[in-house]
Design a protein around this ligand. Structure first.
Ligand code: ZN
Length: 569
């Protein structure tokens, strides 16, 4: 009935006894706990004594992650929770070796426990993202799948979805629309989550959710062989960084860190580029070399080791697209004198972050592949903040340069004081097969806030230029579609989730609005041929052409979700 201190004897002693009792009395396969990590900061006598013994300091009274006591507390609390996790897991498996302890934990950059450690400890995990809250497109559920898989790999990850309207007033006996339930789950499944619905209470006041949930599970059961994924075939991956959110972002982590990720994420969805996510604690070759390009959306806090890993990745032929303050801070969020990736970016920090800028622009100097689709634009809007930087060696061509802010009122004053500068707002470098792009400004965050299509084009052009190879799957046609592509033992599956809906950006779908024909081009694995091709949702038999290891087919229409399943010969 109460949320107790998570870090003291209540959990370590009393709850350990409770778990033992459950395991001795009942044949359970495991224990999953919610709210096990407490609720915010605790100043109880146990926390005071234990923190002082561990750090020699009093509990922090500030949220500033640069404060020594706060920094120590963040690390100590994490250590205590992982100790608790290990204790419960070992006590549970002592009684039943087949049972495990599973914490409700994990998430993206702003989640508090280190995902790399969780990925090592957890035998399986449950992404507890039951429904939208606030402004949340359905692809947020797919993003959960990518974030969890980044550290859990092929371990089973379950996406918990609720059928009710959740936040912020928690109507636990309510029902979402049929279309909203379906698109949320489809996003999870397309991104490697196994569906698990949750419903509080056993009395059904409103039965409208039963049919869509029954149909989701029926479909999942019938098509299971094409959902047993071995690996995603994406060639692009986006890095997420909990240390950047914690130590650089602090209390502003959503705006300073996560909004950059969301902007870049949305741009890649719009461009239909299949991509994965990578944890910044796993930048070694085993984890990143299967990708041609790593995207770093304002990954500001990077250690010397991480910077070296990225440089080695580029030396091995990997490409990088980075934005804003990436690598300007060390792993504790302390600003460096120069960018940690200065050599890679070919840029030198001039000591100043400018912004918020008002009425500032970017001058485009055509032609350049990074400006594709903008040929008729002499200039576009700038972002809001920029890292003041200069090239280490002057490039032959600066495709994007700064037009500094000028007055936006009164009208008589609205003219640029400087029409043309040689201050680059993109740094482009080539190292053999590898290409490096750095935008010193907050292009991805501004895209999330303002949604200028010009910024979306630049982000995608940068990824395309850096990747410099044909995508594993090309999907052409109208609408907004999330594209993922997977390999199973003897098959491939391309998921197309139709997000085209006037309710997309907030998520309260009223109905599925089918999107028109999509033309799909898929590169088959070397030496393999397609034995059969199925559309797993519509059941239609597509007209398939195969030549030179490339499969082409039309997908006539997609209501919410379609899966192209290819049996390999
Ligand atoms: Zn406490």
């Amino acid at each position: 009935m109460w949320v107790t201190c998570a870090l003291g004897p209540y959990n370590f002693e009393f709850m350990t006894e409770v778990h033992r009792e459950i395991l001795r009395l009942y044949k359970v396969e495991g224990i999953f706990t919610n709210r096990w990590a407490g609720s915010g900061m605790c100043y109880c006598e146990n926390c005071q004594t234990n923190f002082r013994a561990a750090s020699g300091m009093d509990l922090p009274r500030t949220n500033d992650p640069q404060h020594p006591a706060r920094r120590s507390y963040i690390l100590w609390r994490q250590q205590r929770l992982f100790d608790l996790w290990r204790l419960w897991d070992s006590e549970i498996s002592k009684i039943n070796p087949d049972a495990r302890y599973i914490a409700n934990a994990g998430g993206g950059a702003t989640s508090e426990l280190d995902m790399k450690t969780i990925g090592e400890m957890a035998p399986t995990l449950f992404a507890d993202r039951q429904a939208r809250r606030g402004l949340m497109p359905p692809w947020f559920n797919g993003k959960n799948g990518k974030e969890y898989r980044a550290t859990l790999g092929r371990k089973a990850i379950v996406g918990i979805f609720s059928v009710g309207v959740e936040e912020p007033y928690r109507w636990k006996d309510s029902v979402q629309s049929d279309a909203e339930i379906r698109v949320w789950v489809a996003e999870g499944v397309a991104n490697g989550l196994r569906p698990w619905f949750t419903k509080f209470g056993g009395t059904l006041y409103d039965r409208r959710w039963l049919k869509p949930v029954e149909e989701i599970y029926g479909w999942h059961y019938r098509n299971e062989r094409y959902l047993r994924n071995e690996e995603p075939l994406a060639r692009v991956a986006m890095v997420y960084s909990q240390q950047t959110a914690t130590f650089y972002g602090g209390e502003q982590a959503r705006a300073k860190v996560e909004d950059h990720t969301l902007g870049f994420y949305h741009a890649l969805i719009e461009a239909r580029i299949p991509f994965e996510m990578v944890h910044d604690g796993l930048l070694d070759g085993t984890h990143v070399d299967r990708f041609k390009t790593l995207v770093l959306p304002n990954i500001a806090a990077l250690s010397e080791t991480q910077c070296r890993q990225l440089a080695e990745y580029v030396r091995r032929g990997g490409s990088i697209v980075a934005t804003h303050e990436t690598s300007l801070y060390d792993e504790w969020g302390v600003r460096r004198n120069d960018l940690g990736l200065a050599d890679l970016f070919g840029a030198r920090f001039k000591g100043r972050i400018e912004g918020p800028m008002q009425n500032s622009y970017l001058r485009l100097d055509h032609p350049h592949p990074i400006l594709r689709g903008l040929e008729d634009a002499p200039r576009i809007i700038n972002g809001v903040r920029r890292v003041d930087a200069e090239p280490i060696t002057k490039p032959a061509h600066n495709p994007i340069t700064l037009i500094p802010s000028y007055p936006d009122l009164p009208m008589e004053e609205v003219y640029p004081r400087i029409e043309k500068t040689d201050i680059p707002e993109v740094f482009l470098r080539e190292y053999g097969r590898a290409r490096v792009v750095w935008f010193p400004w907050d292009i991805d965050r501004t895209f999330w806030e303002v949604m200028s299509p010009d910024h979306g084009k630049l982000l995608v052009n940068a990824v395309e230029w850096a990747t410099d190879e044909e995508r594993p799957v090309m999907v052409a046609g109208p609408g907004l579609i999330d594209v993922t592509v997977w390999r199973q033992k003897e098959s491939l599956a391309v998921h197309l989730v139709n997000l085209s809906n006037p309710m997309m950006m907030k998520g309260p779908y009223r109905e599925a609005i089918p999107v028109g024909e999509q033309r799909v081009r898929l590169r088959l694995p070397p030496g393999r041929k397609a034995r059969a091709v199925h559309l797993l949702v519509s059941g239609a038999e597509p007209r398939v052409e195969e030549s030179g290891g490339v499969l082409s087919l039309p997908v006539p229409s997609i209501a919410i979700h379609e899966v192209i399943a290819i049996d390999l010969a």
